[in-house]
Design a protein around this ligand. Structure first.
Ligand SMILES: NC(=O)c1ccc[n+]([C@@H]2O[C@H](COP(=O)([O-])OP(=O)(O)OC[C@H]3O[C@@H](n4cnc5c(N)ncnc54)[C@H](O)[C@@H]3O)[C@@H](O)[C@H]2O)c1
Length: 306
C-alpha cells in the first residue's frame, strides 16, 4: 500500500519508515526537516515542507492509501507558552488535513496522540482508555481535540481512523540533546561523563516503552481493523526515574552522579498505562525489557559522543 508519514523524519517516524519498508509498502515522508541522525533512506519519497503549507500537503496526499499523522509543533512542556500557536498549528491544520483526506478518499488516518498528557493526574493506575481525560497542558488538550475531530469526521464523512496514545518511548535516534525523553537524555549525559539532572526526588513514575515495541503497535493498529478506535501503547509497567538511573549504571558500567533539583509543578507523580485493549484487539505485546532496551539505546548514544 501507499503510506504517507507526516513527521516521518522524527524519532518515531523514522522507525515507522523502516517498518513500513520492511513490510513491503511504498513510503512517502512529509516533514519540515531532514532526518537528524541518518541520510535519506533509499526508496522513500521525501516531501520537505511545513504542515501549514496546504498546497504541498495536498500534493503529498496524491495516491496515498494510509496517512500516519505524527507531526506535533509543540511539546507538553512548551505548549502552555503559546496556546494560540498550539491550537493554530496543530488543531486547525489537523482539521485541514482531515478535509483533504476526505477529498482524496484516504482509506485510514492513524493519529499519534499522547498517553502521558491526555489523562492528566490519574485517579487510578494503570490508566485505561476509558479513564477521564483531564489534560494539564495545552499539548494534551490539542491532542484530545484532534481525537474528537477524527471521530466527527468519521461520523460525518466516514473517514476511517485509529488513535494511538503512546506512553514514554525511548530508543535509538531519539535526540539525547532534546528536551524530552529521559532515557536518551540521561544516556547522553552518561556518555559525556556529566551528572544527570533530576527535578524532584526521582520517585516520579512513568511508563517507558522501547521504540520497536511502539512501532509494532502502531503498525498493527494501522493494518488490522480493530473494534476500538483508541489504544494505549505502553509497557503497562511504571518505573521511577531512580530506577532508570540504576539500570543505566548497570548497563553503562559507569559511576553516574545525580543532581536533584526542585520538583516541577506540572509533573504528575505517577502514570502508567493499561494496555489490555491493545493486547486483546491487536494481538500486540511489548517484548523488549527495560534493561535490553536501554542497552540497545546505549549502543546508539555512546557512538554519538566518541
Ligand atoms: N516522543 C515521545 O515521548 C512521544 C510520546 C507520546 C506521543 N508522541 C507524539 O508522537 C509524535 C512523534 O513524536 P517524536 O518523538 O517522533 O517527535 P519528533 O520531534 O522526533 O518528530 C516530529 C517530526 O515532526 C516534524 N514537524 C514538526 N513540526 C512540523 C511542521 N510544522 N511541518 C512539518 N513537519 C513538522 C519534525 O521536523 C519532526 O521530524 C508527535 O505527535 C508526538 O506528540 C511522542
Amino acid at each position: 500500500m501507499n503510506m504517507l508519514i507526516l513527521g516521518g523524519n522524527g524519532f518515531i517516524g523514522s522507525h515507522l519508515v523502516d517498518r513500513l519498508l520492511a513490510e513491503g509498502h511504498q513510503v512517502r515522508v512529509f516533514d519540515k526537516y531532514e532526518e537528524h541522525f541518518r541520510k535519506p533512506v533509499t526508496g522513500v519519497d521525501y516531501c520537505i515542507g511545513d504542515f501549514g503549507n496546504r498546497g504541498m500537503l495536498s500534493e503529498a496526499l496524491a495516491g496515498i492509501d494510509v496517512v500516519f499523522h505524527l507531526i506535533s509543533t509543540t511539546l507538553p512542556k512548551t505548549s502552555n507558552d503559546d496556546p494560540v500557536f498550539d491550537v493554530q498549528s496543530n488543531v486547525i491544520e489537523a482539521i485541514c488535513l482531515m478535509e483533504q483526506c476526505v477529498a482524496n478518499k484516504i482509506r485510514k488516518v492513524v493519529f499519534i496522540s499522547s498517553g502521558g498528557a491526555i489523562y492528566g493526574n490519574p485517579k487510578t493506575l494503570p490508566i485505561s482508555e476509558n479513564s477521564s481525560t483531564e489534560p494539564e497542558c495545552s499539548y494534551g488538550i490539542t491532542k484530545l481535540t484532534i481525537e474528537k475531530y477524527l471521530a466527527l469526521f468519521n461520523h460525518l464523512h466516514g473517514l476511517d481512523y485509529v488513535v494511538l496514545r503512546p506512553s514514554n518511548p525511548y530508543g535509538n535516534r531519539q535526540n539525547p540533546e532534546g528536551i524530552q525523553g529521559a532515557v536518551s537524555v540521561f544516556l547522553g549525559r552518561a556518555a559525556q561523563g556529566k551528572s544527570i539532572e533530576i527535578w524532584g526526588d526521582g520517585r516520579i513514575v512513568r511508563d517507558y516503552i522501547f521504540i520497536d515495541d511502539l512501532v509494532d503497535g502502531i503498525y498493527k493498529a494501522a493494518s488490522l481493523d480493530p473494534f476500538s478506535r483508541v489504544f494505549n501503547l505502553g509497557s503497562g509497567v511504571g518505573h521511577s526515574l531512580n530506577d532508570i538511573v540504576e539500570v543505566i549504571r548497570k548497563v553503562t558500567g559507569r559511576d553516574i552522579r545525580v543532581s536533584y533539583k526542585a520538583k516541577r509543578s506540572f509533573d504528575v507523580p505517577s502514570i502508567y498505562l493499561d494496555i489490555c485493549r491493545a493486547k486483546q484487539e491487536l494481538s500486540w505485546m511489548p517484548s523488549v525489557s527495560l534493561e535490553t532496551g536501554i542497552e540497545k539505546t546505549w549502543q546508539f548514544v555512546k557512538k554519538l559522543y566518541r
